[in-house]
Structure formats: C-alpha cells, structure tokens
Ligand binder design. Structure first.
Ligand code: COA
Length: 388
C-alpha cells in the first residue's frame, strides 16, 4: 500500500479525550458534554477548571474548596519576581511567561528521577500562577512593582486587579471571566497536542506546559490575536476595512483571526466574543475597536467570497479577542499570554489525562534525503562536504 503523508495531520485521529469536542462542520464546542453556548453565559472560569480537572461541574462546597486552593497558590516565589526585574524591559511577554512557568519547576520538589509530582494540585498551582506571571511582567516592564495577588478574588478579577492595582469594574471582570471560559479547552489543538506529546515521554506538568506555551506562540495559533489587533490598528478606521482586505490579499497575506483548521462555519466562540466586544466598546466610552473589527469581518467575508464563492473562511476565536482585550486595556503584545491564562485549564487537564493512560506519541516520516552512501573523511571533502 502506498504511504500516505498528512503533512499537517489534517483529519488524522491520533488519540482520544474526554475533555472537549470540536464539531467543525456544525460549529459546536462542548466541554465534557456541556455546550460552550450554555457555559459562556452561565458558568465561571473556576467551574470550568473544576469540570476539566475533576471531570464534573462542582457543587457549592467543591467550588469553594477549589477557589480557596487557587487563591492560596497564586503568589510567585520571590526569585522569579527578581528574575523578571532583571530581564530587558523589551522582552516579549510570551518569552517571559514561558521562561517563568518553566522556572516554577525549580521551586517544586523532585524525586530521585528528577520528576515533579504531576497531580491535580500541581495543575491547580499552574492555573493559579499563570495570570500572576503575566500581570507581574506587565507592571515590571512599565517600571512598576508587581502587585501581590489577592486570594479572595476570581482568576479574572484578580488578574485585572494585579495589573492595575485597582478593583476592576464588574463588566470588565465578567468579560475576562467569559473569555477564559471560552478559551479553556479545544481538543487536540497544536499547543495541547504538544503538551500531550511531551507528557507522553513521561515528562511532568511543568515541562509539558512549557512545551504548550512554546507552541501557542506562533501567529497561526495563539499569536493570531496579537496579529489581529495589529490589523485593527492598521485599518484604523472602519471605512478603510475593505481596502485593507483587498491590499492584504493582493500581497498574498492572510487576514489574521479568520479561518480555522476545524471549523468550516463561524467559530462558535466568536459570537460570544463579538457580543462582549460590542458591550465593552459601549462601556469604554466610544471605543472604535469593535466597530473596526466588525467591518473588517464583513469586508473579509465579502472579498474572500468574491475570490472563491464556496470558501469556508470565517472569524475564529482570535478575531474578536482583539477588541475585547484591547477594551480591557491590555496591550496587544500580551494577548497570547491572556489566551494561555484560559487554556492552562485545558492543557493541564489533557496532560493529566495523557499521563493516566499513556502511550508514547511517536509518529513516522518518509525520508526524502540522499540515498545511503559511504562516509567521506574530512580531508577528502569539497566545499559542499562531498568527496572531491
Ligand atoms: N486569510 C486569507 N486566506 C486564508 C486564511 C486567512 N485568514 N486562512 C486560510 N486562507 C486560505 C489559504 O490561503 C488557502 O488558500 P488556497 O487554497 O487558495 O491556497 C486556503 O484558505 C486554505 O488554507 P490552509 O492554510 O490550508 O488552511 P488551514 O486549515 O491549514 O488553516 C489556519 C487554518 C488557522 C492556519 C488559517 O486559516 C490561517 O492562517 N488563519 C489566520 C491565522 C489565525 O487566525 N490563526 C488562529 C487560528 S484559531
């Protein structure tokens, strides 16, 4: 039988999960059987963390216990704050986040084989601390001191509080909470897959989450929201949207935040984010980000359809992330870090699921290099390394 090469593993099933299901043709996303359309308006991020890590929605007692644990695990070891104070202020936020998350492992005990405990409490620790790192770097790079986290606030409120030093408006805290709910998991997306590949070697939670963070960074994945915000700033005015799209496509560029490997209809998360972007733009006193984004989406659909009437390139989760996070006052280059603050719930859940029923993930590749040949001693090599 001829070898079939799936370069992007498109449509290839490499494992199973009980955490979430993406139904790309109908545009449905479920977390352990619960539709994101029901969860987004009704569940808090903490409930989703419980659902993903413990396998069921919490009752009141379980939720309070989880909130207490999250609150008690938010502070960072002081040397990691000092480390952030000693890196160039120009460092890219995702580089800082990835490095400091990896650094958290240095403060956790290891057994004789150099392994950290990878259990649900380490997972909660990573969920708790990720926003603390993002907020601390946000302030440190502005020349300010990091603000100590508060144990009594939600993940979303506490993040906004640590960033500004002030209690956030309820609408803002709710918007960020819903954003975290929407971003919490998405089956075998690239960063989650990277985390599972890493865990499949029996690497621990710190190592596997670090791999996930590295994979999230690129603009075909979590970096798209930052790139999408750059597009909104370049468009600048809703009137320019169509011209922007035509010029970008003429240069063979992609419209960031549009298109998805799995969804062939509009990403279900985009609807919730769009509504939130609209609400925030009204609240934030005439912010134009929502209006620009909305016109850019319409223009993208129009021009892409002119090019290919049956195309399936619709807004994805990153498209309306940009106006939402911009109206929350978060700088564009931190958007991928905010994605990580939500997705850390899914990553850790997937890593624990992988470790609980592990098989090393090790695919094959076809070889298309030179055929086998004799070794060439160094004195016999020409400038290209071949025999002279
Ligand atoms: N803008 C313009 N054209 C796009 C596009 C976009 N955002 N996304 C895909 N296309 C086009 C490609 O140019 C290609 O056209 P062609 O068939 O004429 O060559 C076609 O659609 C298929 O693209 P392909 O890259 O094979 O699809 P994919 O399933 O691998 O792509 C993404 C998925 C997400 C990588 C892709 O849609 C993309 O690059 N989007 C922008 C980045 C982004 O928003 N990423 C976040 C994803 S959540």
């Amino acid at each position: 039988m001829p070898t079939v090469v799936d370069r992007g593993l498109e449509g290839v099933v490499v494992g199973s999960t009980k955490l979430s299901n993406v139904e790309g043709t109908v545009g449905r996303l479920t977390y352990r059987g619960f539709d994101i359309d029901d969860l987004a308006p009704s569940a808090t991020f903490e409930e989703i963390v419980h659902l993903l890590l413990y396998g069921h929605l919490p009752n009141r007692t379980e939720l309070e216990t989880l909130k207490r644990e999250l609150g008690s695990r938010r502070s960072l070891p002081e040397p990691l704050i000092s480390a952030m104070q000693n890196v160039p202020k120009t460092a890219w936020p995702m580089d800082v986040l990835r490095t400091i998350v990896s650094g958290l492992g240095l403060f956790s005990p290891v057994n004789a084989r150099g392994e950290h405990l990878s259990d649900v409490h380490t997972a909660i620790e990573l969920v708790a601390k990720t926003p603390t790192i993002v907020a601390a770097w946000d302030r440190i790079r502005r020349g300010l001191d990091a603000v100590e986290p508060r144990a009594d606030l939600s993940q979303a409120s506490n993040f906004l509080y640590m960033r500004s030093g002030k209690m956030p408006h309820a609408i803002e805290a709710d918007a960020l909470d819903t954003y975290f709910v929407l971003l919490a998991d998405h089956s075998y997306n690239a960063s989650t897959f990277a985390a599972r590949v890493t865990a499949s070697t029996r690497a621990d939670l710190y190592a596997s989450v670090t791999a996930a963070l590295a994979t999230l960074q690129g603009d075909l994945h979590g970096g798209a929201a930052t790139a999408s915000f750059r597009a909104l700033t370049e468009v600048g005015d809703p009137e320019n949207a169509e011209g922007y799209v035509r010029e970008a496509l003429a240069r063979n560029e992609r419209i960031m935040g549009m298109g998805h490997r799995e969804y062939k209809v509009r990403d279900p998360r985009a609807r919730h984010l769009e509504a939130m972007a609209k609400k925030l733009s009204e609240q934030e006193g005439n912010s134009r980000w929502y209006e620009i984004a909305s016109r850019l989406e319409d223009a993208s659909r129009k021009v892409l359809q002119e090019k290919k009437p049956d195309n399936t390139i619709y807004a994805n989760v990153d498209f309306y992330t940009a106006p939402v996070l911009a109206d929350l006052g978060i700088p564009g280059d931190e958007f991928t870090c905010l994605f990580a603050c939500g997705r850390i719930a899914g990553w850790t859940g997937h890593i624990l699921e992988q470790l609980a029923d592990n098989r090393l993930i090790r695919p094959q590749a076809t070889y298309d290099g030179p055929p086998p040949g004799p070794f060439v001693p160094i004195e016999k090599r020409d400038v290209n390394g071949a025999r002279n």
